[in-house]
Design a protein around this ligand. Structure first.
Ligand code: FAD
Length: 368
């Protein structure tokens, strides 16, 4: 008889939802977390009343009413609507690309005028079969939108020239012919009142946790603690990198506290020109309509991932996908280990998706 029913490795959304749901079903769970706090990438550091999104800006959005009701059952979400602004060489443009953007670019006022402008630019280029990301984007939105709002940002994000990136990275580039600056198309969006830590702490009420513990420092001991292990860390590390390391893109965040009430008037401003090394500046207080006398801003710099850095985005090229498939095959043979979440599945998940995935995993586990 082992001490717990489930040992959960990692306290991000996958681990937290799983722990909450299994506990609700009468099971005992224990979470270990290698960072010095719970919550995974949702974690916010409170700087004198401002919740600073420590691992990158997180905006919850979903079309799924069940998931929206689920998160709101822990904490009510505010009405924050993501409407980022792009700064290109000092010119400001609304995002996503919509009638406001088209007016700012060309002074066009009607959808017909905007459509005509884009169409004529695409036709002038005459790209039939896009060979790379640059050609793909140009063939979808034309020269001006690409040059001012996509090229520099994308090249900074990937650390490579757009002509060296594969076309498939951009499948669609949504353009809206309405004056609508709401970035997401989803029905529901917002930020938890009081920040994401409230959400995680409510989910984990009554669940045993220990932070500053790396599962791999005493893998055998932890494997013996519970009947089953829910593993949300890196799958290649779990298997001792026997098929090689999976690659990621990473980010570097530079936080600055400023003794002024309002620095940029918006939570998210993207810097779309190549020569500014960061991709965006986040002003965190605007996520929660903060009125503090001070503010905290974060400059976000994309980085190539190296050992020791945070693995943020999986690189789903052929090489990494084939390495991952080998680990996945091994994981399918495990009867007492459940692999879930962005690192164990080597997959980019939005928050609503990882919640959905954890709930599916619970249903499977409890034969519901
Ligand atoms: C920069 C950025 C911005 C994002 N913005 C948004 C957004 O605006 N909206 C949205 O919906 N989604 C966003 N996401 C996605 C969101 O972060 C994920 O959906 C979510 O974090 C996935 O949860 P998870 O539990 O799978 O992983 P994580 O949150 O990464 O949790 C995994 C946890 O496991 C721990 N761990 C790993 N290995 C070990 C080990 N060996 N021992 C112990 N603990 C371990 C880690 O420390 C971590 O806490 C963003 C992601 C990034 C990278």
């Amino acid at each position: 008889m082992k001490k717990y029913d489930y040992l959960i490795v990692g306290s991000g959304l996958f681990g937290s939802v799983f722990a909450h749901e299994a506990t609700k079903r009468g099971k005992t769970c224990f979470i270990i977390e290698k960072r010095d706090h719970l919550g995974g990438n949702l974690y916010c550091e409170n700087i004198d009343g401002i919740n600073v999104h420590k691992y990158g800006a997180h905006i919850f959005h979903t079309n799924d009413k069940k998931i929206w009701d689920y998160v709101n059952s822990f904490v009510e979400f505010n009405r924050y609507t993501n409407s980022p602004i792009a700064n290109y060489k000092g010119e400001l443009y609304n995002l996503p690309f919509n009638m406001n953007t088209f007016y700012q670019l060309w002074k066009v006022k009607t959808p017909e005028e905007a459509k005509e402008k884009i169409k004529s630019q695409i036709e002038a280029l005459g790209i039939k079969k896009p060979k790379n990301l640059e050609e793909q984007a140009l063939s979808l939105v034309g020269t001006d939108i690409y040059e001012k709002l996509i090229k520099g940002y994308t090249e900074k994000q990937w650390g490579r020239k757009a002509t060296e990136l594969p076309a498939f990275i951009i499948k669609r580039l949504p353009v809206r012919f309405t004056y609508d600056n709401n970035y997401f198309n989803d029905k529901y969006q917002g930020i938890p009142n009081g920040g994401y830590n409230v959400l995680i702490n409510k989910m984990l009420a009554g669940v045993g946790t220990e932070v500053n513990v790396d599962f791999f420092s005493e893998k055998e001991k932890w494997m013996q603690l519970a009947d089953k292990v829910v593993f949300t860390g890196k799958i290649d590390e779990f298997y001792d990198y026997q098929y090689g390391k999976l690659n990621y893109r990473s980010l570097h965040f530079e936080n600055t506290r400023l003794e002024k009430e309002n620095y940029q008037g918006n939570a998210v401003i993207n810097y779309t020109e190549k020569d500014i090394p960061y991709t965006r500046i986040i002003e965190h207080k605007h996520f929660e309509f903060g009125k503090q006398a001070h503010t905290v801003i974060t400059k976000e710099y994309p980085k190539e991932w190296e050992e020791g850095m945070e693995p943020y985005y999986p690189v789903n090229d052929d090489k990494n996908v084939s390495v991952y498939e080998k680990y996945k095959k091994m994981s399918k043979n495990e009867s007492n280990i459940i692999f879930g979440g962005r690192l164990a599945e080597y997959k980019y998940y939005d928050m609503h998706q990882v919640i959905g995935s954890a709930l599916t995993s619970i249903k499977k586990e409890f034969n519901e």
